[in-house]
Design a protein around this ligand. Structure first.
Ligand SMILES: [Fe+2]
Ligand SMILES: [Fe+2]
Length: 292
């Protein structure tokens, strides 16, 4: 990476999780928080598969060997994240909450709307590839934001949140902080156009807000244990104040940071904290020992 930090070689940790003891409301007595975070299991399998799909097309354009290695490491980590979140879905189905109607929409979004499209080789094809590279950089600003948030969300521990789910979220969050610079550096290496950064940020942010609130409402309305389950912005805002979800203020403050001319993802989150979590994560330790 081109920043001055010590370079970390990115490796995919082959984690696995056993879900049989995880309750549907894995934040006790708080379906709204549980389901808001559960939306990650709906969005990330398709979203991170799409990252991998786009980046495999980008590899031939990278002219910096270190960045190329970072991108390959990033691809390995995102593929593992996608798989780990995907493996939660059968468990939700066993608990009576079938996510298929929603994941079908998310698959369409990433595979069709943001897919390759039939474009002639040359400028149009390259333009669409660069738009997607910039979109990924914007999304990675938020995955790093969420990763940093969950590593510090002590209130979830105080409320007795399920330890397996917390380990999935924090292992993933720590790897997001670990590789937070790759997508942005790739975008700057290949293009870096500021108008494109702003435009794709607006698209990524709007899509994330839209898909997330829709996913939370889908879970609340289809949760078999809830009568007339609802999800409102007030619920979200209140949980943010309580510390069990990211706060609205922190989310708003993250916007000008990404759009600032001097932005670099290394200013976001704490790499040392991420490395410390990965050294202590039960899933990452099991993967290291080859018992996962
Ligand atoms: Fe990820
Ligand atoms: Fe990522």
């Amino acid at each position: 990476m081109s920043n001055n930090q010590a370079r970390v070689v990115l490796t995919a940790r082959r984690v696995s999780f056993s879900w049989e003891d995880t309750p549907l409301h894995w934040v006790p007595e708080d379906p709204f928080t549980s389901h808001t975070i559960n939306v990650l299991h709906l969005l990330l399998p398709a979203g991170e598969r799409w990252f991998v799909h786009v980046y495999k097309q980008v590899l031939p354009y990278i002219r910096d060997e270190r960045l190329r290695e970072d991108v390959i490491g990033f691809i390995g980590q995102e593929a593992m994240h996608s798989q780990a979140h995907d493996e939660v879905l059968p468990h939700l189905r066993d608990l009576g909450l079938d996510p298929t109607p929603y994941t079908a929409q998310v698959d369409w979004f990433f595979e069709k709307l943001l897919g390759d499209r039939t474009l002639p080789p040359g400028r149009a094809r390259r333009w669409w590839l660069m738009e997607r590279v910039a979109l990924i950089a914007a999304i990675e600003h938020y995955t790093a934001f969420l990763g940093d948030w969950v590593l510090n969300a002590d209130e979830l521990d105080r409320r007795g949140a399920d330890p397996t789910m917390l380990d999935l979220l924090r292992w993933h969050g720590a790897e997001e902080v670990e590789h937070r610079s790759v997508a942005y550096e790739l975008f700057m290496h290949l293009d870096g156009d500021y108008r494109r950064r702003v435009r794709t940020w607006a698209a990524a942010f709007s899509a994330l807000v839209f898909l997330w609130q829709r996913g939370t409402r889908f879970f609340m309305e289809n949760d078999p244990t809830l009568v007339a389950g609802r999800a409102t912005f007030r619920d979200f805002h209140r949980r943010g104040q309580e510390g069990v979800l990211p706060s609205t203020g922190a989310m708003l403050r993250s916007i000008p940071r990404y759009l600032g001319r001097t932005y670099h993802p290394s200013q976001e989150g704490c790499a040392a904290q991420a490395v410390a979590y990965l050294a202590a994560s039960p899933a990452a330790i099991a993967a290291e020992k080859g018992v996962a």
